[in-house]
Design a protein around this ligand. Structure first.
Ligand code: DGL
Length: 266
């Protein structure tokens, strides 16, 4: 982009999209970032898909208009598997989605792939199409868990992950797979703990880096060349953020000012 820097809207149900933000911001620190999380309806992995489409559509389309956004990242696998066609039909700007990295995982696996995602993502036709198209030769074991999503939310609020509990949750894929897909954007936030439980024999794959490359491509931003400024970073939540002191500490480290309230009226 020329004079004015592009502004990106990043969307998730909670703090998971921050794992994607980190990848994009590392590549493109000069851009302006607006992050919105729909925690009034969290967890998305337990919502029916029509509710999800209505909420994401309402939030994203209003913010794009209010803030003159240049590109949207739906940094949520659960939402991306259903809302992308609706958003793309409505918006004139690029909408980048995040879907489970089944294809690279299958290429890397010798034995089997584990897909760790939300309960909704593992049942979505979109996910099953990905498996059919890109992992014909390697079996894919599905593990859907909302508790894992909660653990990432809690970690960002200063509560460490309980490794025994994590071990129990991951037991169904333990020793069965050699590559595991982190198919929810919350999970890279607890990647060290997942790696510790599954052991270093299991390769963990997520989509964050690929999304950052896609964003840079779409905005035609060359990575280091344009860095003349630090972009602005704002964060909004749909539930009142009155009790988010601990989260604000983590957010400050990522460059954000404290969470502000953006209620959804449908
Ligand atoms: N971060 C989300 C995802 O990538 C959703 C987590 C949730 O709200 O259940 O799927």
């Amino acid at each position: 982009m020329s004079q004015q820097q592009a502004k990106i809207l990043i969307f998730d149900s909670g703090v998971g999209g921050l794992s994607v933000y980190k990848e994009i911001e590392t590549k493109l620190p000069q851009l302006d970032y607006l992050y919105i999380f729909d925690n009034a309806a969290y967890p998305y992995g337990e919502l029916d898909h029509q509710t999800l489409i209505v909420r994401v559509d309402a939030l994203v389309t209003s913010l794009v208009e209010m803030h003159q956004i240049d590109l949207v990242v739906i940094a949520c696998n659960t939402a991306s598997t259903v809302v992308l066609p609706t958003l793309r039909a409505k918006l004139a700007i690029p909408v980048v989605g995040v879907v489970p990295a089944i294809k690279p995982a299958s290429n890397l696996a010798n034995k089997a792939v584990g897909l760790i995602a939300t309960p909704a993502t593992i049942t979505r036709p979109y996910t099953h199409d990905l498996i059919r198209d890109f992992s014909q030769s390697k079996p894919v074991e599905l593990l859907g868990s909302t508790r894992l999503v909660d653990m990432a939310e809690e970690k960002l609020r200063g509560n460490p992950v309980d490794l025994d509990e994590l071990k129990q949750i991951l037991a169904p894929i333990y020793r069965h797979v050699d590559v595991a897909v982190l198919g929810c954007t919350h999970f890279p936030l607890i990647k060290p703990e997942i790696q510790q439980v599954l052991s270093s024999n299991v390769l963990l794959v997520d989509s964050g880096e690929a999304i950052a490359r896609r964003v840079a491509d779409l905005l035609k931003e060359s990575v280091a060349a344009q860095i003349k400024r630090e972009g602005t970073k704002e964060i909004l939540s749909t539930a009142p953020p009155w009790d988010e002191g601990a989260l604000n500490i983590a957010l400050r480290q990522l460059g954000f000012s404290p969470v502000q309230h953006f209620p959804l009226e449908i």
